[in-house]
Each structure stands twice: as structure tokens, then as C-alpha cells.
Design a protein around this ligand. Structure first.
Ligand code: NAD
Length: 376
């Protein structure tokens, strides 16, 4: 996997031809963002989209860093939480960028977690028919997943991420130090997406995580290594299948169940945050695969054991406050965008690191499985 060299950021390239870009991972990158941006995009001005939590901890230092590299910036500060991925907040960001009189070649910077990244990315893709965009992810989830790959968007009453664009950033700066202010629950939720890469097709990485997860949580080289390995995994898939016409769908392991559970709690982050939904979703996807005789019950138990060892929820019963019945959960699944002409598409698995795309999964099987696993 390669150890990060002390002090030097790890560079991972997302190989998309003339739209290729770098992901830099390491300590102190947020403070150096101005220099990194000015070197690649001289003369730009910036809008910094962020949320109140991230602004309180990092905005001043970040915007001074931009200013010292000659980049003037306008902050746009939003309420934190999943509900911010809405049409109302999209309008707020669009108005903020236009009021700052930014041009097409200026940049929108997303300084925040996946919510800010998805929303700011979408806004940058539509303002003036597409502005330049820089991701400065501040949550573990955003550093290993949402900031890479160009998927942007918002939620609607019908479900998650149903309105959006593919719009690649010009640069991703993942500063491992900013994770020190991230609440532990959010760090853990992001870890679900790290484990996901092992479960998709990197069994050795999953095994490494089983042995080293404490060091990843503690920080230092193991954390940088886990983030870099995750970004490499994501970058490879994105370079192969940018628009998800093929195996990029594997990245949705755990997400079909997870998104349905998020919708079922009305995106109430006090009950379930995205990464926790993914953790339960991955445990369910393995259990469902075992039920369909695709995967051994031992592998399903192993996955559940690791996720619960790090403190993640793995069962629907772990969500506080009760859930709608199984039929209703199925209707949320059917609304999810990974449904093609009514047939249910799931990411299933033959075992740890052996995920595959299963089309035409019968809804009746899903429904029975949901009833069996429903907390009642
Ligand atoms: N575009 C993609 O490819 C993709 C992939 C995965 C997930 N997502 C999306 O990402 C979102 C989830 O992202 P998330 O888990 O980062 O949620 P988030 O953006 O809501 O951040 C989680 C919480 O942590 C706070 N926070 C973030 N960084 C912080 C820091 N350094 N210090 C203190 N507080 C900090 C935020 O204010 C928020 O309260 C979901 O909407 C999901 O759909 C998108």
C-alpha cells in the first residue's frame, strides 16, 4: 500500500484525460490551499461554500491562507446537516456566487463535508453554465468518497441525490489535520466508506483495517494511508467509468438499503447520518447475499463484527425511534435512482472483497428479507 512519506502530501491522480486532477492528502494542506490553487489557477477569485460548524473551526485560517496567496474570497455559510442539500440552499449558493460577481473561470471552493461538497459542486456546475470547482473536504467521509469523482446534487422529497450533475473538481485538498475537530460520531460514519473499499474488491485492505482500525482512528500515518488507499480505489473506478454506466455502481455497496433508511428517518441526522446508513446497508447487503446463497454466513458475520467493533450500527434495530414497515422501506428502495425500468438493482457479494452488480433482484425477496430484519 505504500507508506506516506513524512511531511510530503500523498498525490493521487484521477485520470480523466484533459479533465484529470490531483487529490493531495496530508497534514497542513488547508493552510497551503492558496499556494496550491494559485499555482494551478493563477489570478482566480473564490467563493467559499461552507457550513456553520466548519466555518467556526476553519474558515478564518482558510480564507487568510487564500488571501496570502493573493486570492480574494467571499464566504457563503450554510446551516449544517443533510437537509441543506435542498433547492432553497442551492438558490442561496447561486445567489451568493453571482452577487460576488465571480466569472466562469473563477472558483467555487467547497470547504466542508459531503453535504457542502455535493451542494457547492452542483451550484458550480450550473452557475454561468459551469464554473471551476475545488474541493477541500473536512470530514473523513468527504475525504475518502464524496469529494472525488464529480457526483454533485441535492435531495428532494422523493429521495436522495435525485437532482444533480456530474461536474469534476479541478483539485481536491484533503488536509488530515482538519479531521481533529470532526466529532467522533462523524469520523466513525466516514470510516464506513473506508471499509466499503475493502469490501468491494480489496480484501487485503479490509484485513489491514481489521488489524489497524485503532491507529486509523488515532491519526498519524495509518490514517493518511487509509485515506490515500480509499482515494486510489475511488479514483480507479471513476477513471474507468466516470458516468456510472458500468462498474462505478459497485461504489453503491450498502447504499440502496442505506438511502432507504435515511429517507425513512426523514434525513434526521440525530437518528442516522449517511455513513451510519451505509454501515447498516453494508451489513444488510452481506446478510441478504447470504440469504440468496451468494455469500457464506461467516463472511456476513465477519463484516458485521468489524463494523460493530468500531462502534458503527449494523442493524435496523440500532436506529433509535422506530421505522416505517417493510413495504414502506421497499417503496423508498424502489424510488432510489439505482432502479432500472422497475427492476431492482443491488450490489451483492460473494464474500469479503467480492462484490458484484445484481440486476433483476425480485422485489418479493427484498420484501421478505426486510420483514425478517425489521425491528417490528
Ligand atoms: N458525491 C458523492 O460521490 C458522495 C459520496 C458519498 C456521500 N455523499 C454525500 O455526502 C453527504 C454526507 O457527507 P458527510 O458525512 O461529510 O456529512 P456532512 O457534510 O453533513 O458533515 C458531517 C457533520 O460534520 C461537520 N463537520 C464536517 N467537517 C468538520 C470538521 N472538520 N470539524 C467539525 N465539524 C465538521 C458538519 O458540519 C456536519 O455537521 C451525504 O449527503 C451523501 O449523500 C456524496
Amino acid at each position: 500500500m505504500g507508506n506516506p512519506v513524512d511531511g510530503e502530501p500523498v498525490r493521487v491522480e484521477v485520470g480523466l484525460g484533459d479533465r484529470a486532477y490531483d487529490i493531495l492528502i496530508g497534514s497542513g494542506l488547508a493552510g497551503r490551499a492558496g499556494l496550491e490553487i494559485a499555482a494551478r489557477m493563477p489570478g482566480v477569485r473564490a467563493a467559499i461554500v461552507t457550513d456553520e460548524n466548519v466555518a467556526a473551526a476553519h474558515l478564518d485560517a482558510f480564507s487568510s491562507g487564500l488571501a496570502s496567496a493573493g486570492i480574494t474570497s467571499t464566504p457563503i455559510i450554510l446551516a449544517p446537516g443533510e437537509r441543506t442539500k435542498s433547492f432553497e440552499c442551492l438558490e442561496e449558493v447561486v445567489n451568493g456566487v453571482l452577487s460576488a460577481r465571480l466569472e466562469r473561470r473563477d472558483i467555487v471552493v467547497a470547504l466542508g463535508g459531503g453535504v457542502v461538497g455535493d451542494l457547492a459542486g452542483f451550484a458550480s456546475g450550473i452557475v454561468r453554465r459551469g464554473m471551476r470547482f475545488v474541493q477541500v473536504p473536512t470530514s473523513l467521509l468527504a475525504q475518502v468518497d464524496s469529494s472525488v469523482g464529480g457526483k454533485t446534487g441535492i435531495n428532494t422529497a422523493q429521495g436522495k441525490n435525485l437532482v444533480g450533475l456530474f461536474h469534476q473538481p479541478q483539485l481536491v485538498l484533503a488536509d488530515t489535520d482538519v479531521l481533529d475537530t470532526l466529532p467522533e460520531r462523524e469520523f466513525r460514519a466516514g470510516y464506513a466508506e473506508v471499509a466499503k473499499y475493502g469490501l468491494i474488491d480489496r480484501p487485503a485492505f479490509f484485513e489491514w483495517l481489521e488489524a489497524n482500525w485503532r491507529e486509523v482512528f488515532a491519526g498519524g500515518p495509518a490514517r493518511t494511508r487509509a485515506i490515500a488507499e480509499s482515494c486510489r480505489a475511488k479514483a480507479e473506478v471513476v477513471a474507468r467509468d466516470e458516468f456510472e454506466t458500468g462498474d462505478r455502481a459497485l461504489l453503491n455497496l450498502g447504499h440502496t438499503f442505506g438511502h432507504a433508511l435515511e429517507a425513512a428517518v426523514g434525513y434526521d441526522g440525530s437518528r442516522l447520518v449517511h455513513g451510519e446508513g451505509v454501515a447498516i446497508g453494508m451489513a444488510l447487503a452481506h446478510r441478504f447475499s447470504a440469504r440468496l446463497n451468494q455469500c457464506s454466513p461467516d463472511d456476513a458475520a465477519r463484516v458485521e463484527r468489524h463494523l460493530s467493533t468500531v462502534g458503527l450500527p449494523t442493524r435496523m434495530a440500532d436506529i433509535p425511534g422506530g421505522l416505517p414497515d417493510a413495504e414502506r422501506l421497499l417503496s423508498y428502495i424502489a424510488q432510489d435512482k439505482k432502479v432500472t425500468r422497475g427492476a431492482l438493482t443491488f450490489i451483492l457479494t460473494h464474500g469479503v472483497g467480492q462484490s458484484f452488480i445484481a440486476k433483476d433482484v425480485p422485489a418479493s425477496e427484498v420484501l421478505s428479507f426486510l420483514w425478517e430484519n425489521h425491528p417490528g
